[in-house]
Design a protein around this ligand. Structure first.
Ligand SMILES: CC(C)(COP(=O)(O)OP(=O)(O)OC[C@H]1O[C@@H](n2cnc3c(N)ncnc32)[C@H](O)[C@@H]1OP(=O)(O)O)[C@@H](O)C(=O)NCCC(=O)NCCS
Length: 222
């Protein structure tokens, strides 16, 4: 990890979508079909959906890396223009985010349940507490929106995120047989206990505090 790294979290916006598509493909290389830029645009307009991104900057606040550095500049800028021009929703040109994005998380608020639609950290930035930070943020949001619980699906073979979810008290609530279209793998349904229960609250607040203490020594979270 570089010294003086600062990570920030904010809601996702249209200009993030090209980088989010890259993060998604990096995180789920075998997935089929892949979400398209339009699927993320629709999510931004979906009133049930809440998406957040983590981005990083260097010490003086400038962007540490330029996303998608130009190879064949004229072609890429034209493609980027097409990609960023939101002609399907008629909102006009979208300015590409300058920040360097390293993670994304999304939930849908379904009545009183918060359903995690995606959570991913760039492979180059894993094991630095960023995935955990994304999970903390959406659990906090779910509580603020008075969700009863948080739930998600995860591939049976995808054991790393299962360890993260277990750390936060998710347990297996069921299985969706042949849920994934690409290889017909089963999904585990994992769910928290009642968010408002004293047991969940005390565990969550403790984990959140431990996360803050542990990682604030390495980088700035804001
Ligand atoms: C799951 C994912 C988001 C975790 O992100 P991350 O930033 O690397 O995770 P963190 O550093 O915050 O780790 C938090 C906890 O997750 C678990 N964990 C994460 N990576 C792990 C690994 N490689 N081995 C074992 N446990 C791991 C641990 O419990 C860890 O807590 P600890 O540091 O106290 O051991 C990341 O691996 C990812 O993007 N994977 C690909 C996408 C994906 O599968 N998403 C889930 C879809 S359901």
């Amino acid at each position: 990890m570089e010294q003086n790294t600062r990570y920030h979290i904010r809601r996702m916006k249209d200009g993030d979508i090209p980088q989010i598509v890259d993060i998604d493909r990096d995180a789920f290389p075998t997935q089929w079909p892949h979400p398209t830029p339009n699927s993320f645009r629709m999510e931004l307009r979906n009133k049930l959906a809440h998406y957040f991104v983590i981005y990083r900057d260097n010490e003086d606040g400038n962007t540490a890396d330029q996303p998608r550095p130009g190879g064949i500049k004229r072609v890429t800028s034209f493609l980027r223009h097409l990609l960023n021009h939101d002609r399907f929703f008629g909102t006009g040109p979208v300015v590409a985010s300058r920040e360097y994005l390293v993670g994304v998380v999304g939930i849908w608020m379904m009545v009183d349940e918060a359903h995690v639609t995606t959570i991913a950290v760039k492979s180059s930035h894993r094991r630095q507490g960023l995935g955990e930070w994304l999970l903390i943020v959406i659990i906090d949001l779910a509580m603020a929106l008075h969700a009863h619980s948080v739930t998600l699906e995860v591939r049976v073979s995808n054991t790393v995120p299962q360890l993260l979810y277990e750390k936060y008290g998710f347990t297996i609530a069921g299985t969706r047989i042949k849920y994934y279209q690409d290889n017909h793998e089963d999904a585990l349904i994992m769910s928290t206990d009642k968010l408002a229960s004293p047991a969940f609250q005390s565990r969550f607040q403790q984990l959140k505090e431990e996360h803050r203490k542990r990682w604030s020594q390495c980088y700035t979270l804001s």
